[in-house]
Design a protein around this ligand. Sequence first.
Ligand code: ARG
Length: 574
Amino acid sequence: MLFGDVSEELARRVAEALRHVTDIEPPAVLVRVSARSGVDYQCDLAMSLGKRLGKPPREIAADIALRLDVADLAEPPEIAGPGFLNFTLHSSWLEERTTALNGDPRLGAVATRRPRRIALDYSGPNAAKEMHAGHLRSTVIGDAIARLLRFAGHDVIPHNHLGDWGTPFGMLIEHLRDELPAGPYTIGDLNGFYRAARSKFETDEDFANRSRERVVLLQRGDEETLSSWRRMVDESTRHFTHVYELLGIGLSSEDVYGESFYNPFLAAVVDDLTAAGLTEISDGAVCVFPDGFRNREGGPLPLIVRKRDGGYGYAATDLATLRYWTGQRDVTDLLYVVGTPQAQHLAMVFAACRAAGWLREEHRAEHIGFGSVLGEDGRAMKTRAGESVRLSDLLAEAVAHAAGVLDGRGDLSPEVREEVAAAIGIGAVKYADLSGDRERDYVFSWERMLSKNGNTSVYLQYAHARIRSVLAKADQDLTGARVLLGHPAERALALALARFPEAIGAATAGYLPHKLCTYLYETAVVFSRFYEQCPVLDAEGPGVRDSRLLLAELTAKTLTLGLSLLGISAPARL
Ligand code: ARG
């Protein structure tokens, strides 16, 4: 083995050896990176088998070690402590692996042999409302996951589930008819109309009823209603496209499958569910009660498919979505990058779709949840006026902050400075969002995200640019160069480079981009230690300078590729 995931390969070998030791059903074997010095990987399998095999784990470890064939990669495993198997890779193997990376644009990461076809639901802002900081997370995390899954070799279809249907539009259209404001409206106008309509809806019963009737007209395809609706959606889409461009997110209008898209399928959803005996009428509404969901009082929890007034809601659209993607688009996976507050909604939708047969054995439906963005006071991020922060303001501010960091850099032309400011500012916002465990809330802090130290994109971008400048100074053709690992800091760097596929694998399998962030940060730190301890341009000894330049170049490539999979650019000069 030369390319691919080393820990996975070691785990495969351990599993193979175990089959010679016992005929029990083998558990999943995990081999992890070891924190102990002199040890690269470790495996605690023997400890988990002690009870089942009725033997001291150290003995089991010894039995496994005896059968284990890793000679091509590593030293014979060592048995340590209560029964760990410790692995140390041959430095000569690491030299070969690192040298071979030079010609591999994937830096050792091997594409999947089982590609899946994935509809990835992310971003999903609501039309007639400005996109706010909360949609930032879905957009940024979703984009990174799309990039990771594509890199792994899967077929990813972005699915931008725009909130462009239902009650809000009934309200908005009625409001516009009442007030007759002169068009064209900007997204800011629409935002204002929405707020006014919402408060009328809550206080004025006649208006609320008219709004509900208007939704039904909309859902029935009334031409006048539709044209009013279309104007609002078009203006909103222009706004979203602008934000995606600022963010460098590759979502286009072709990726929009808004709630309205599913309108033609809603009646069939009710029919199918009813034919399958899954619906009940409750309070005049058509409901599904998926198994296993209870309200606070312990009663069954409904998923409302069609409301009493004949209108369809959010749940109906989501049911239609799954039915469409598995039925007409042949996807194997449906992934939803949506905030954790919607966990129960999605779980109920998935359960109902399983019951209806729209999700079958071969399909995977998963909610990729995430926490909220908080202000520095630890509460939901708000402007001073108490409104939620607009995403376009936030991004403009990010770029302005980054330009501040670059102030006084007369060596950069104004155009380059602008480009670099965008790379730093937008990168910082994205990285701050991606580098923490997505399930947790995170505190938005300009100071922290733009710091040149610590686990930030700015730190990684600087590390990358510094390496590029060393390489530019050397101006050397490295084709055919070989990696030599004479110094421990060189070996540590080669090992970090060999772990790229593991980091990618962990980030992709669990939809956890932060694992890639952590890896990139650790690699940059290992590089800086190497750079302190091992002269590069002034290296002495045959082949050493070339080897160190190659290590530096591979580090730069790893940072560039890793950041690009997070949707962040790495300028050559900062
Ligand atoms: N528009 C929704 C919101 O802002 C998000 C849509 C998520 N996707 C879905 N299929 N429900 O909360």
